[in-house]
Design a protein around this ligand. Sequence first.
Ligand SMILES: [Zn+2]
Length: 262
Amino acid sequence: MLSENETIIIKEKNGLKYMQFKKLLELGINHLYTLKSDGIDFATGGPLEEKSYETVAKILEIPKEKIIIPKQTHTDCVKCVDERTVQEDLVFTDGVITDKPGLALATKNADCILLNFYDPVKKVIANIHSGWRGTYKKIAEKAVVKMINNYGCKPEDIYCFINPSIRVDHFEVDEDVMELGKEIFGFTKRTDEFIKKGRIFEDKQKYNIDTVLINRILLENLGIKPEKIIDCEICSFCHRDEVASARGDGQGYTRAISIMMM
Ligand SMILES: [Zn+2]
């Protein structure tokens, strides 16, 4: 069972279970990450999607129409959004940034990493989907660079919150994905820390990749303070009874949503 700790709180309202970061609440950001609940699923085009949006909108006390959700396709594309942004602008997009209060930025996952950024000085938020493909394309880095270049944010002011995702012990890959990671992130000189030799399965050596650590390294290299990277430390696979997990549930798996708004 997931339980509250020094980083997160767990709530239940109108039949929806969800998680919130204490620090993000303290900073005044209206947000949540959905946990598995009856009748809630954010799978695109799924039968429950519309009703699920209505439920979260009600809990956050926002109009459903204010929820901005990119059509995630494991790209490294991050877009700046405002009141004029329409859904069609957000195809092949995996991250959204805004400085507009009242716009709710959303991303979905089931094992992938969702990163919530907030700069309380410049009042800018970003919500980023960084699965292993996005992580390899350094989408987190691109998001922060955009916050700096487009909104004048300073890295040392930026907070990053890491939502539930599959963690190193359960994120198993083949040699090709491991080698690619080694090649891309060799420059960090820390590949030994985020690549672990795993089990041998069907005569093949498996590897485990710590994609959370890779994101952390990228962010710290940009000047984000380690203490401002706040991780819920929840493995979606280990907690698949309560958290959406593609690997945990297989075919027909449900999706969770992360929503944040100033
Ligand atoms: Zn796990």
